[in-house]
Design a binder for this molecule. Structure first.
Ligand SMILES: Cc1cc2nc3c(=O)[nH]c(=O)nc-3n(C[C@H](O)[C@H](O)[C@H](O)COP(=O)(O)OP(=O)(O)OC[C@H]3O[C@@H](n4cnc5c(N)ncnc54)[C@H](O)[C@@H]3O)c2cc1C
Length: 382
């Protein structure tokens, strides 16, 4: 299925696929079982451009088109959910906000050093103990301008990569009065005094991707670490999330593809009642549905990415693609496990890991309910 990819995009997909097959997929079981971040693979991602997908070439990035970025994240998802989530959050949240809104100084200072793969990753902290879906109303982390510094106090939850980050792009309230212009994004280097990163959360899946709580206690950063203008934070965040949702959808397509491939080969091998289980219609139809849904989800992801590349609005299409792809991945992983019978439930087989990893995708970067909210608003106001 090539969805009219151009030659460059096809070559890129092959390069990333080969890399993931070699460096990422074989480690996925261990990454999950040891809850270990796959640094070895991440360090090798710099040279092939996977750490600078949204970063301009002049700052050392690859600055690929959005379809190519989605392809890369999909391939990573095919290899390992944990690694894919870390790299998607790095590119789609931490780096892309600076690439979109950063000054040349911020690009040089923060992006250039991390795209090569020698160091750490980027993170973005939006969610708080009391605020996830409702960032506008719920964010309590405060930033106050004092002279030429921002003074930040508050706490964040569920920050992917915080424990392995060079910096955390942080959503703060700069106007206590509230409203849609009361939030701002500030870059906070991870080694800033007063910034405390909690231990990695114990999660159902994606165990090799670090997720941490972050506390800001009288954290001070220079005023020029603000992204764009004061009060632009909500708008900037929503834009970043549009792109990030393509990434989460792409991981889901990759996870589903991997589960599907396992199911196809198992269904051909496993025999019951004297025939391969693939010969039972109940099984072959599950495979037919999976192939159809993966195909549809992939097209939706690439289409949203293509709209983004054209500079056209894509909020609704990104939400639709995320909603469909993430819910599809859960179904496909569930059925792939079903096809494996008892073995599917065993940790000796990769299905249960894929199933656990896929489960997050309908929650992170906007739950399915929030996607439906975005889509229905757009449909009703058209
Ligand atoms: C592994 C992991 C990684 C994450 N990484 C990051 C990260 O890097 N950075 C970051 O900032 N956050 C991150 N998150 C947080 C994630 O984005 C939030 O958990 C998510 O947006 C939901 O927010 P919440 O958990 O506060 O749920 P809530 O907002 O409290 O929602 C609870 C439930 O209510 C529903 N709901 C809420 N409002 C409505 C409504 N208006 N209509 C209908 N239903 C509604 C939700 O859909 C959900 O089912 C991560 C989370 C996890 C688990």
């Amino acid at each position: 299925m090539d969805f009219d990819l151009n030659q460059e995009q096809r070559m890129w997909r092959d390069v990333v696929h080969d890399f993931v097959a070699r460096e990422v997929k074989p480690m996925a079981k261990e990454v999950d079982e040891q809850a270990q971040f796959n640094w070895e693979a991440v360090e090798k991602m710099g040279p092939i451009g996977l750490l600078g997908l949204s970063v301009a070439e002049e700052y050392g990035g690859t600055g690929v088109d959005a379809v190519s970025a989605a392809i890369a994240i999909e391939e990573l998802g095919w290899g390992c959910g944990s690694t894919a989530l870390a790299i998607a959050a790095h590119n789609g949240l931490g780096c892309s906000t600076i690439a979109l809104y950063g000054t040349p100084y911020q690009n040089e200072c923060f992006l250039q050093p991390i795209v090569s793969g020698g160091g750490k990753l980027a993170a973005m902290a939006l969610t708080e103990p009391g605020a996830g879906s409702d960032l506008q109303g719920g964010v309590r982390t405060r930033a106050e301008r004092i002279g030429d510094e921002w003074l930040i106090n508050g706490s964040k939850m569920w920050c992917t990569n915080a424990g392995v980050s060079e910096f955390i792009v942080t959503l703060v309230r700069t106007d206590p009065a509230g409203g849609s212009h009361s939030l701002s994004l500030i870059i906070v280097p991870a080694d800033t005094r007063g910034l405390y990163i909690g231990p990695s959360e114990k999660k159902m899946g994606l165990k090799g991707s670090q997720t941490n709580a972050v506390t800001y206690e009288d954290v001070r950063v220079p005023t020029d670490f603000l992204l764009g203008e004061v009060g632009d934070g909500l708008k900037q965040t929503l834009t970043a999330l549009d792109g990030g949702r393509i990434g989460i959808g792409a991981i889901s397509v990759g996870l589903a593809q991997a589960a599907f491939e396992e199911a196809v080969s198992y269904a051909k091998e496993r025999q019951t009642f004297g025939v391969p289980i693939a010969d039972h219609q109940a099984i072959s139809w599950m495979l037919a549905d999976a192939a159809t849904e993966i195909h549809a989800a992939r097209l939706m992801i690439y289409f949203a990415a293509w709209l983004k590349d054209q500079g056209r609005p894509y909020t609704r299409e990104a939400a639709m693609a995320k909603l469909f792809a993430t819910e599809m991945a859960e179904r496909v992983c569930r059925n792939a496990m079903q096809i494996h019978g008892g073995y599917g439930y065993s940790r000796e087989y990769p299905l249960e890991r894929m199933y656990r990893d896929a489960r997050l995708m309908t929650i992170g970067e906007g739950t399915s309910e929030i996607q439906r909210l975005v889509i229905s608003r757009s449909v009703l106001h058209e």
